[in-house]
Structures are given as C-alpha cells and as structure tokens.
Design a protein around this ligand. Structure first.
Ligand code: NAD
Ligand code: UDP
Ligand code: UDP
Length: 333
C-alpha cells in the first residue's frame, strides 16, 4: 500500500523543462489535479505548442528562464526536468548540457533549500552508461566513458545525482531521484532525433528507416503516461524515500525489431537503411523495476504496440500540416 506525504492545500509545483516532451505531460496531469503549476523552460528543445492549451488555466503559469541562472519563485515542491534528452540535441552544445545539469541542479537545490521544498530529479538510465550488468538495478554503479561525446549528458546527470545526495546529507533536503529509461509518446519533437520519433516520421513519410549499426542493440521503451504516473508516485512518497528508483518498461526490444514493428503499424513501405553506429552507444538496456514495484506499487501498463499506435496517431496529425510535412520531407534522414 502506497503511503503518501501530506500535501498543503493549493500546493504549488515548479516543473523545470515543463514545455518539453515529458514535462508537458506532467504539467497536464498536475493542472488537471487542481495543483498550482509553475512551468519554467528556456525552449531549447521544448515548445510553447506543448503547453499552449494550458495557458488559459488559472492554475498554470509559464516562465521563460534558463535554469543555469538563479531562480527566485515561491513553490512547495519541484520537479527538475530541464535538460535536453536526445543525443543529437545534448551534443549540439555539450558545455551548455553539462551546465544545465550541474548549475541547473545547484540552483534548483538552492531554491529547494531556501523554501524547504521537496525536489525530484529526472535522472536517467544513462548513469549506467554501456552497462556490464543486465538488467540494470539501482545498485549498479555504471560503466560511463568520462571523455566521450555522450559524457556531457551522462556525467552531467551523474554529478546532478551527487549534488542531490550531498544536499540531502548536508542540508537534510527532501530529495527524490528517478532514473528514467527510454520514454516515448505524443509531443516528442519531430526533429528530436530519438529512435521512436525518427522511425515513425520516416515510416509515415515513406522514407528509409535509419538503423544505426546492425540494429541488434536493445532498448526498453516506456509510454509517457506510465512514466508520469511513476514520477507523481515517487514525488508523493514519505521523506525517507530518496531513490534512486528506476522508472521504465522492462519490455526489451532490438532496434531492428522496433523498426519493423513501426513500419508494420504505419502500413508503410519504407525500406531499412544502415547508418554508422554512434560512438559509446549503449548495447543493451533494460530496467529492473522491482524497487519501483515495491515502493511505489507501480509498474507500466501500456504495451509497446498500444503506445506506438497512440504515438503514430499523434505524428500523423502533425504531418497533416503541409508546412510541417514539407520541412520533414526535406530533411536528409
Ligand atoms: P525534452 O528535450 O523534450 O525536454 C527537456 C526540456 O528542458 C525542454 O523543454 C527544454 O527546452 C528544457 N530545457 C533544456 N535546457 C534548459 C535550461 N537550461 N533551462 C530551462 N529549460 C531547459 O526531453 P524529455 O524527454 O522531455 O526529458 C525530460 C527530462 O527527463 C530530462 O531531464 C531528461 O534528461 C530526462 N530523461 C528523459 C528520458 C526520455 O527517454 N525521454 C530518459 C531519461 C531521462
Ligand atoms: N538559488 C536560487 N534560488 C533561491 C536560492 C538559491 O536560484 O531561491 C541558487 C543560487 O544561485 C545559489 C544556489 O542556488 O548560488 C545554491 O544555493 P545554496 O544556498 O545551496 O548555496 P549558496 O551558493 O547560496 O551558498
Ligand atoms: N537509433 C537508430 N536510428 C535512429 C535513431 C537512433 O538506430 O534514427 C538507435 C541508437 O543508435 C540507439 C537506439 O536507437 O542504439 C536509441 O537511440 P536514442 O537516441 O533514441 O536513445 P538513447 O541512445 O539515448 O537510448
């Protein structure tokens, strides 16, 4: 049975990265629950479109702000999601990525400290790097290259976890650390570059499906609604629960199989095209979610085919806009 921490009436919640893919779904859920939501985003990878429908809500506020700079607002709790999550985007300006993770964490932890607010960190399965243990439990310390092209993200997120646990030890902050595994769903950016959105857009446009390497590498994909439910449950745990807790769907699939599944679900005639595998691309990834099951009474309920069908419907809608379609059609891959 899940015990929840007591919540103040009209609890106000800061969501950094709230205009992004996961953040906007979290905003939706919390606004619908009647909580006061303050969404902070610098729109690096997020868009106003993701939260436009919330702008008229009395309990929703949008602030354009970069979390690498100090932020003074009054809230009861914080979800820290601000950080580009797609390899293409986080490698575009790697120094800014590390700053966002590290300076962003320091600023949000400083804010939480001043306000005595609960704070949840959106960490990642990337802290396990290219794992030598499978599936990954929270006890595994990881296998991360500190100087590679993915390091700005992986090491930035690892350092953010360190900061969270040091603020907890040193200042007794109420922290929660979620290690999120690959998540997909509506509102992923069509230019995002991550595998699910790439394959769906390619399949819908009849373009080649770009497989990096031979496609035998695996991932385990979690539908966004399941993930958001896990984050909300984690945030509501009693103070002694800090995490880290893996949140993801243990249904593991090779990337080539993901490609053929998406082509089939889209009724597409796209062909498979091979591309070079990026360096440090993890070979296998699957969460052990027994800790989340035990502590949060949580496990994902959306199967891959169902989640992909909903996501395909979203992108289909997006591509019905001629301008969007022409822009995506023009992209090389
Ligand atoms: P996203 O890129 O769609 O969202 C990130 C949001 O953060 C965007 O709206 C972006 O504009 C904003 N942002 C980036 N830098 C910022 C800054 N300096 N100041 C303010 N806002 C900033 O990605 P997402 O998939 O929604 O990921 C959200 C969080 O979850 C990230 O922290 C990511 O690391 C984590 N995560 C996601 C996944 C996944 O599969 N989607 C997996 C593991 C962890
Ligand atoms: N900070 C913030 N908002 C606040 C309080 C702090 O953005 O309401 C930032 C501020 O930039 C500070 C950082 O959080 O440098 C860390 O705060 P902390 O109190 O831990 O340390 P300080 O550097 O202030 O001694
Ligand atoms: N990938 C692929 N084709 C693409 C995009 C990604 O084959 O168009 C592969 C990528 O090499 C990786 C997996 O799909 O092995 C997941 O990539 P993504 O960027 O979505 O997430 P991450 O590597 O961070 O898990």
């Amino acid at each position: 049975m899940l015990r929840t921490a007591s919540r103040p009436i009209n609890e106000s919640i800061l969501i950094t990265g709230g205009a992004g893919f996961i953040g906007s779904h979290l905003c939706d859920r919390l606004v619908a629950e009647g909580l006061e939501v303050v969404c902070v985003d610098n729109f690096f990878t997020g868009t106003r479109r993701n939260i436009e429908h919330l702008l008229d809500s009395r309990n929703f506020e949008l602030i354009r702000h970069d979390v690498t700079l100090p932020l003074y607002v009054e809230v009861d709790s914080i979800y820290n999601l601000a950080c580009p999550a797609s390899p293409i985007h986080y490698q575009h300006d790697p120094v800014q990525t590390t700053k966002t993770s590290v300076h962003g964490a320091i600023n949000m932890l400083g804010l939480a400290k001043r306000l005595k607010a609960r704070i949840l960190q959106a960490s990642t399965s990337e802290v396990y790097g290219d794992p030598t243990e499978h599936p990954q439990t929270e006890a595994y310390w990881g296998n991360v290259n500190p100087i590679g092209v993915r390091s700005c993200y992986d090491e930035g997120k690892r350092c953010a976890e360190t900061l969270f646990f040091d603020y907890w030890r040193q200042h007794r902050l109420q922290i929660k650390v979620a290690r999120i595994f690959n998540t997909y769903g509506p509102r992923m950016h069509p230019h995002d570059g991550r595998v699910v959105s790439n394959f769906i857009v390619q399949a819908l446009l009849g373009k080649d499906i770009t497989i990096y390497g031979d496609g035998s590498q695996t991932r385990s994909f979690c539908y966004v609604d399941d993930l958001v439910e896990g984050l909300i449950r984690l945030a509501a745990t009693p103070d002694e629960v800090t995490g880290p807790i893996n949140l993801g769907n243990p249904e593991e699939i090779p990337i080539l199989k993901l490609a053929t599944t998406i082509v089939e679900l889209c009724n597409s005639r796209s062909a498979i095209a091979r591309r070079e595998r990026p360096s440090d691309d993890p070979y296998r990834r699957r969460p052990d979610v027994s800790r989340a099951e035990a502590i949060l009474s949580w496990k994902p309920t959306t199967g891959l085919a169902d989640g992909l069908t909903k996501t395909i419907a979203y992108f289909d809608g997006l591509l019905s806009d001629d301008t969007v379609r022409r822009t995506l059609q023009g992209n090389r891959d």
